[in-house]
Design a binder for this molecule. Structure first.
Ligand code: FAD
Ligand code: UDP
Length: 397
């Protein structure tokens, strides 16, 4: 039955579970979480590969990092973190470079040592054709940051494979995720806090849901049971925004990934590190993940390893939507969906959140941070002071 709950949450990823945990713990209300998949946790879910015991992130490598002290403190209530620091290597032609763009990469690529000042001058000269503040899309932003030769070697082919969309149609913010440094620092993230959950993502996610006020039902698609939920039941929807409205404004474009997992029985170490990007356009996959290296502190078998090749393509109906593509055409549709979402919040008490529900490229810490804000600004005032769920500003800001 669907009548005994104060709040229904659609989706058991970090967004949904953060709301569930807060409402159950802070407000002592009863929460029902509906999850379409056969397990909780959303895309951060991980499991041990049965032959080797190596923890594999089933929906792609998940690295936790944040500079938000509140989010970090919140996460540490449910898990301890290892000292893992993410580093990525990039394979171009027959060389492997320490990524992201840094002094070692610049020196290796140009076959000559440069001081930080010399490297800055070199890149400034190569990037001079476009001013960063005038860059309107991913291609212009990329060239303005690193210059054309590095853009063509490290960004163009990878981005073509990852997005299969003309880089002039992609948002400049996508590339702003990648730092450019004139030091030998090749840490992937600039954040204050970083690490991996000591006993895995699934243990962390399971502990968030472990409360007598929370019930998680897996293998349930919200759209199959929506009619059984009493009208007006406060609901937090974290599935795809377009799907909620039956694609009435046209489907938004999403990218999906195919993961090809392989257990190597005769090799204890395939690539010596967690992630190697394959930047050449001719190689069909974007990157290879080797999961043993995420947890060097664990006692994994030394004669076997698990690798996953990642392929990217447009999501078709029935595929898992992973990345919002967010072309100008998508942004026009998105405005219309946001208007529908606003009305749905006001009329039917449904809030929209998370990566799919807002069509935003959210990292885990951003999904958690945004759920904590939704709890503070919308959900707690609704239950404690009888305020409208719609609040005063739009649900997706
Ligand atoms: P999700 O985790 O996607 O959860 C949404 C849930 O809703 C899913 O379980 C889905 O099955 C369920 N659902 C959807 N529709 C329905 C329905 N109709 N009925 C019932 N259930 C439904 N973040 C980082 O911080 N670091 C990383 O390194 C990182 N790497 C990533 C790599 C990949 C390949 C991807 C795709 C994401 C990555 N992320 C990373 C982002 C991270 O996965 C998200 O920030 C996080 O999962 C967001 O949580 P969420 O709850 O919004 O969404
Ligand atoms: N990117 C690139 N070359 C790389 C890695 C990333 O050009 O070797 C670009 C690409 O457009 C990608 C974006 O930078 O989509 C963000 O990269 P990130 O590694 O943050 O992507 P994610 O891990 O979310 O897939």
């Amino acid at each position: 039955s669907y009548t005994d709950y104060d709040l229904v949450i659609v989706g058991s990823g970090f967004f949904g579970l953060t709301i569930a945990e807060r409402v159950a713990t802070e407000l002592d209300k009863r929460v029902l979480v509906l999850e379409r998949r056969s397990h909780l946790g959303g895309n951060a879910y991980s499991e041990r590969e049965p032959e080797t015991g190596i923890e594999v992130h089933r929906y792609g490598a998940h690295l936790f990092h944040t500079s938000n002290a509140r989010v970090w403190e919140y996460c540490n209530r449910f898990t301890a973190f290892t000292g893992y620091q993410h580093r990525v290597f990039a394979k171009v032609a027959d060389q492997v470079y320490a990524f992201p763009m840094n002094l070692a990469l610049i020196n290796q690529f140009f076959g000559k040592s440069h001081s930080p000042t010399e490297a800055r001058a070199l890149i400034a000269e190569q990037a001079g054709e476009i001013d960063t503040k005038d860059a309107k899309n991913l291609e212009e932003k990329g060239i303005s940051l690193v210059g054309r030769p590095l853009y063509e070697a490290f960004v163009k082919g990878y981005t073509a494979k990852q997005w299969q969309t003309d880089p002039t149609q992609l948002d400049a913010s996508i590339i702003s995720r990648l730092p450019v440094r004139y030091t030998f620092d090749n840490r992937y993230f600039n954040d204050t806090f970083e690490g991996l959950p000591v006993d895995g993502y699934t243990a962390w996610l399971t502990r968030m849901a472990d409360h007598p006020n929370i019930e998680v039902r897996t293998d349930v698609d919200y759209f199959d049971v929506r009619d059984e939920i009493p009208a007006g039941t406060p609901t937090v929807y974290t599935g795809p925004l377009d799907a909620y409205f039956g694609n009435s404004e046209g489907a938004l474009s999403w990218r999906t990934l195919d993961f090809e997992q392989e257990v190597l029985d005769d090799c204890g170490d395939f690539q010596g590190t967690t992630v190697v990007n394959y930047n050449d356009e001719e190689v069909p996959y974007t990157r290879i993940l080797e999961f043993r290296h995420f947890h060097p502190e664990r006692d994994y078998p030394t004669d076997k390893t698990v690798i996953v090749r990642e392929f990217s393509r447009f999501a078709e109906p029935g595929d898992e939507p992973y990345y919002p593509v967010n072309t100008p055409d998508d942004r026009a549709k998105l405005l219309r969906y946001r208007e529908l979402a606003r009305k749905e919040t006001a009329n039917a008490n449904v809030l929209f959140g998370g990566r799919l529900g807002t069509y935003k490229y959210l990292d885990m810490h951003m999904a958690i941070g945004s759920a904590l804000s939704m709890f503070d600004n919308r959900i707690a005032p609704y239950f404690t002071d009888g305020k409208a769920l719609a609040g005063t500003e739009s649900a997706e800001d």
